[in-house]
Write a protein that binds this ligand. Structure first.
Ligand SMILES: [Fe+2]
Length: 205
């Protein structure tokens, strides 16, 4: 099975230039391509129905790289999906997200301080707000693309903080400005929809 790169209509965001987005879409397409290539290589190893001893080092390397490339593909899709032109800085007070943030963090602004500070952490990766299996919001740092994702947690809001996400628009030390811009463009309706579908899945489980 091959994955296809999706397209996202995001030109005209606030504080994140079209140039950055074009470059970022190309990078994303690279992850889709690499994920497909790794899958093909795994199929080749398995063509005779087994992994021979001399194939083990190559097979292992591909399996390890798969988590990086696959998460690189999927996390970019979550990220682009939760952005939109003329987004809103913060969610409506009556939204499920706002209420959940208040319930789990005391106040929405405390949730936001936690999320923003997670995104400010030194290193290359992502800040992700998940819904945990009990229905609570939980913010996490993901190193690279694959270290720190938690099994069973559903991504609700995903923010890329690799430098490529903002370097054409901001200096490396200005990650905070990029994070402010990120919030200007969040599609909170998408976030609401993700909470809804995650809760449906939890009910069904
Ligand atoms: Fe990225």
């Amino acid at each position: 099975m091959a994955y296809r790169a999706r397209s996202f209509n995001l030109s005209g965001l606030t504080g994140i230039s079209d140039k950055t987005l074009e470059m970022h879409f190309k990078l994303y397409e690279g992850y889709v391509k690499s994920t497909n290539t790794l899958n093909e290589k795994i199929q080749e190893f398995l063509k005779d129905g087994k992994v021979d001893q001399e194939e083990t080092p190559g097979f292992s390397e591909i399996k390890r790289r798969f988590g990086f490339e696959y998460n690189g593909m999927v996390l970019h899709e979550y990220y682009f999906e939760n952005l939109k032109k003329q987004g809103r800085g913060d969610p409506e007070r009556e939204s499920t997200f706002h209420k959940a943030a208040k319930a789990d963090f005391g106040e929405y602004k405390v949730w936001k301080a936690d999320f923003v500070s997670t995104g400010q952490m030194r290193g290359v990766g992502w800040a992700i707000c998940y819904l945990d299996p009990k229905g609570h919001l939980s913010n996490h740092w993901i190193n690279l693309h694959e270290e720190g994702n938690i099994a069973g947690y559903q991504p609700i809001l995903v923010m890329d903080v690799w430098e490529h996400a903002f370097l054409l628009d901001y200096k490396p030390a200005e990650r905070g400005k990029y994070i402010e811009s990120f919030f200007e463009n969040v599609d909170w309706d998408k976030v609401e929809a993700r909470i809804g579908s995650a809760k449906l899945k939890q009910k069904a489980a």
